[in-house]
Design a binder for this molecule. Structure first.
Ligand SMILES: [Zn+2]
Length: 229
């Protein structure tokens, strides 16, 4: 039998690092299906804790209502509660947390309370130039929603939707090349210390995230299998 029967195995803790557009959400969903892990994003965690009215959730609510940022302590407290829930028994994929090395250290301390540690921090590596082209080139048909791309998928007749004949094409404002480039820059600046932190801990793994979704998923599955063995 596989790992599903090993009730003594500690829950896996994975961290996914990757810029917007690297396919983090897609990959996390595949890991959820394949390994029974639960993806935890900071935003979802906060909303759920506030809705559930837990002690940490109420503290977060008060801070947010005052227009302030929720402290690391509160986020860690919410994470502590959440990881202890039964659906997280196989493990979790953390998305968007930690964002700083201070948070990474707090997370290590939290996991140490229950003799746990980070199994792997996986960095989805992108080529910035290619990423800007990929994101800034995309547009959709305003009528039926069919997706197109300046370089990779142009309609048979320029400006006319292949599917419905619509002629109103839409581009998202935040897909502009300059916007994507500055988003990537901010990501690298923010993530570099974390990459170094997990590199020093010996748990950092890097994946080329510019390839096919299935290839990336296979690579990721291989890493998770090895890291949780
Ligand atoms: Zn259309």
């Amino acid at each position: 039998m596989d790992g599903a029967t090993q009730v003594t195995t500690a829950p896996a803790v994975l961290i996914l690092l990757g810029p917007p557009g690297a396919g983090k959400g897609t990959q996390a969903r595949m890991l959820e299906e394949k390994f029974g892990l639960v993806q935890l994003s900071t935003g979802d965690l906060l909303r759920a804790a506030v809705a559930a009215g837990t002690e940490a959730g109420l503290a977060a609510k008060a801070v947010m209502e005052a227009g302030q940022l929720v402290s690391d302590e509160i986020v860690i407290a919410i994470l502590r509660d959440r990881i202890a829930e039964p659906d997280c028994a196989r493990g979790v994929i953390l998305d968007g947390f930690p964002r700083t090395t201070v948070q990474a250290e707090a997370l290590d301390d939290l996991l140490a309370e229950s003799d746990q540690k980070i199994n792997a921090a996986v960095s989805l590596e992108v080529d910035d130039g290619a990423m800007v082209e990929r994101i800034s080139g995309r547009y959709t048909c305003g009528t039926c929603g069919e997706g197109y791309h300046d370089s990779f998928k142009t309609p048979a007749v320029a400006g006319v939707c292949d599917k419905c004949g619509g002629t109103e094409m839409k581009r998202r404002a935040d897909d502009k090349a300059e916007t994507v480039a500055s988003r990537l820059e901010a990501y690298h600046a923010q993530t570099a210390p974390l990459i170094a932190y997990y590199g020093d801990k010996g748990v950092l793994q890097s994946i080329d995230a510019m390839g096919q979704i299935d290839t990336i998923a296979e690579e990721l599955a291989r890493i998770v299998t090895a890291a949780t063995a």
